[in-house]
Design a protein. Structure first.
Length: 460
């Protein structure tokens, strides 16, 4: 049987783009289907625009810090619609760049909504006014599902008043008072962004601390520091319902330490996790099995229960991070089209939360190391200090750095940090941890002075 394509990729996000371009480089005839801007969550409404907002929000702290360095105090003003527009322009520029890269790689971009009709046939429906091509049927020898994930919203009264990270970039007006539900990556990052932009932020967390799964010292230090910076964090608090009144949006809360109600001017941002984007894909018609929350079930080669259909990225709900999706996409293409079988290495994935201050981590937390190795086999090195930068700003904010070491082998099995440039520092530390560096190797490395990073080689 002949097919229209050697490979059809559904979803032009990080994983899909990486796989499509690599497969085309191996000589495959590739089409990629997308129903929104090329680039996916990371480029269009995630990592990239989020980090731009983080940069924007840091200026208010810099203005304050500058006074300690002899600059005159000023009262800066900020215009949200200007920032939102500039960020949107940059997103569009990047999306067009990715579209050009597809073109240069000879990957055909097909605009529209894809659904399986059977395991080799995909129907693409493009109903947008500018490109109404109706429904087309396309066939492919192999298919890659890379449709990503979407924010979850709870089923509570008034949920239509909620925002997710999808809409927050497009707010027409800066909220004066913003409630954020959830204490994970997105909640913590947007709390820092809006706090820096001088919106009053109230973060509502159902547990007793933010960032579940991260090292306890890191979680506690970040939570304390966010509070010092003026963010209200209501822990062990649940949201019952939302109501619109003339005053704004009212949140009805449950929790011993929480007020019964809280009124914000407009916005309630929900960041309570994401679920794989598999609705309406017709996976049953293709014979592709799903696991929890609708994730596509895959083996170590990203192969689904239908041997010629593969899936990468958030839709598989493995490690939901952009670099992981990219590597899964490339590993798939190397294996299937490049004759160089390669499975992704999920060990020691570094990750950062672009909170303020920043968090970054690689390897095991203290608690995970104790579970795996037993308490007596784990040695902890910890350093808490005021960074040199703050010696003149008057701020008391501290940096925390921590190493987790396997006592038996002396290998460093975890590195964690809260503080300025944590992501930049931990990315480099991740190389040594991945190579199996011992604490002695860290100690044998000359310090780079004066820096924050030198603390990782001087901890005793
Ligand atoms: P997370 O899974 O990181 O955090 C979800 C938060 O919501 C947790 O605090 C969780 O509490 C809470 N929660 C879950 N369900 C409910 C509920 N029903 N009611 C109230 N609270 C609830 O999700 P995010 O949405 O913040 O981010 C999604 C994913 O996106 C991340 O996990 C990450 O993979 C990715 N991401 C990565 C970024 C990066 O690399 N910097 C940035 C942004 C996103 P509890 O802890 O008690 O479960």
């Amino acid at each position: 049987m002949t097919y229209d394509y050697d490979l059809l990729v559904i979803g032009a996000g990080s994983g899909g783009l990486a796989a499509a371009k690599r497969a085309a480089r191996y000589g495959a005839k590739v089409g990629i289907i997308e129903n929104d801007l090329v680039g996916g969550t990371c480029v269009v409404r995630g990592c990239v625009p989020k980090k731009l907002l983080v940069y924007a929000s840091q200026f208010s702290h810099l203005y304050q810090d500058a006074v300690g360095y002899g600059w005159d105090a000023i009262t800066p003003s900020f215009h949200w619609p200007t920032l939102a527009q500039i960020v949107d322009n940059e997103v569009n520029r990047l999306s067009q760049l990715h579209t050009r890269f597809l073109d240069q790689s000879k990957v055909e971009l097909i605009l529209g909504q894809a659904a399986f009709l059977d395991s080799h046939i995909i129907e693409v429906h493009n109903s947008s006014a500018s490109h109404d091509t109706g429904k087309r049927k396309l066939t492919a020898e192999r298919i890659l599902i890379a449709t990503g994930s979407e924010a979850v919203l709870p089923d509570i009264p008034g949920i239509e008043l909620a925002l997710t990270s999808r809409e927050v970039f497009k707010l027409p007006k800066q909220p004066k008072k913003l409630a954020i539900i959830g204490g994970g990556y997105i909640g913590v990052e947007f709390a820092g962004i809006f706090n820096g932009l001088v919106t009053e932020v109230i973060q509502i967390v159902r547990g007793d601390n933010i960032l579940r799964g991260f090292d306890e010292d890191i979680r506690t230090h970040l939570q304390d520091t966010m509070r010092q910076r003026g963010i209200t964090i209501l822990t062990e608090t649940q949201l019952d319902r939302l109501e619109k009144t003339t005053e704004g949006t009212v949140l009805f809360l449950k929790g011993d330490a929480a007020p019964a109600t809280l009124t914000v001017d407009a916005a309630v941002l929900f960041a309570i996790g994401r679920v794989p984007n598999t609705a309406d894909l017709g996976l049953d018609l293709a014979g592709v099995a799903q696991t929890d929350h609708g994730a596509v079930a895959v083996n170590e080669w990203s192969q689904t229960t239908q041997p010629h259909i593969y899936a990468v990225g958030d839709v598989t709900n493995r490690a939901n991070l952009t670099p992981v999706a990219i590597d899964e996409g490339r590993a798939f293409a190397d294996t299937v089209f490049g004759n160089t079988p390669r499975a992704v290495n999920y060990a020691n994935i570094p990750t950062a939360v672009f909170s303020q201050p920043e968090v970054a981590t690689v390897g095991l937390s203290e608690a995970e190391a104790i579970v795996q190795l037993g308490e007596k086999n784990v040695k902890i090195y910890r350093s808490t200090f005021r960074p040199l930068y703050h010696s003149l700003t008057g701020a008391t904010e501290k940096t925390v750095m921590k190493l987790v070491v396997d006592q038996q082998s002396n290998r460093v099995i975890g590195a964690h940090m809260v503080g300025k440039e944590a992501a930049e520092i931990i990315q480099s530390v991740a190389i040594s941890i991945n190579m199996g560096a011992t604490k002695q190797d860290f100690d044998n490395t000359m310090a780079l002075h004066p820096s924050t990073a030198e603390e990782f080689v001087t901890m005793r």
